[in-house]
Design a protein around this ligand. Structure first.
Ligand code: ADP
Length: 153
């Protein structure tokens, strides 16, 4: 029964944590900020089918920005534009949530207008440094509520 699923999904929101539903770091499609947006890279981005691509600096655990796949439409591959330049032109405030954050809180923050509807799950590593361990989007949260995969092809 759909209604029963949705209600129980909603009730479990305060029990489930971001790390339970996130896309893990190894599975995240992301780009190094030192990437050049040439033909190959632009094709790779478009071919993934993702609408947002996190940008990291130095190591994959250090996210500094997000770019939007739709912006690739206005970039000339022959310009060999540095990704860094694009990030400077379109600054983006990333949203981090610590491991342990429950889904009701994440849902509320997305609903109240976290831009881009993407959050990075972070935790402290052995050296006390804040590192990214996965990403979570509004769609991941909605899927938990309706307890079904969303097919947005
Ligand atoms: P999109 O609009 O790109 O389809 P959604 O917000 O609909 O993204 O999320 C669909 C699924 O893809 C979610 O499970 C989300 O965690 C995952 N996802 C979104 N962007 C990326 C990315 N750049 N790399 C890996 N997984 C991603």
């Amino acid at each position: 029964r759909d209604e029963v699923n949705i209600i129980s999904g909603a009730l479990e929101m305060s029990q489930k944590k971001v790390e339970d539903i996130m896309t893990k770091l190894d599975d995240c499609f992301m780009l190094d900020i030192d990437t050049i947006l040439d033909f190959t890279v632009i094709s790779d981005i478009v071919r993934t089918g993702y609408s947002r691509v996190p940008v990291y600096e130095g190591k994959r655990t250090k996210i500094v920005s997000i770019i939007f796949t739709k912006d690739m439409a206005v970039i000339d591959p022959d310009d060999n534009l540095p990704l860094k330049t694009l990030c400077q032109l379109m600054p983006y405030n990333i949203y981090n949530v610590p491991v342990g954050t429950t889904l009701d809180i994440l849902f509320k923050n997305f609903k109240d207008g976290i831009r881009g509807h993407m959050a990075f799950v972070t935790k402290k590593d052995e050296d006390g440094e804040e590192i990214m361990v996965g990403l979570v989007t509004f769609e991941d949260v909605i899927e938990e509520i309706i307890q079904e995969e969303i097919n947005d092809e």
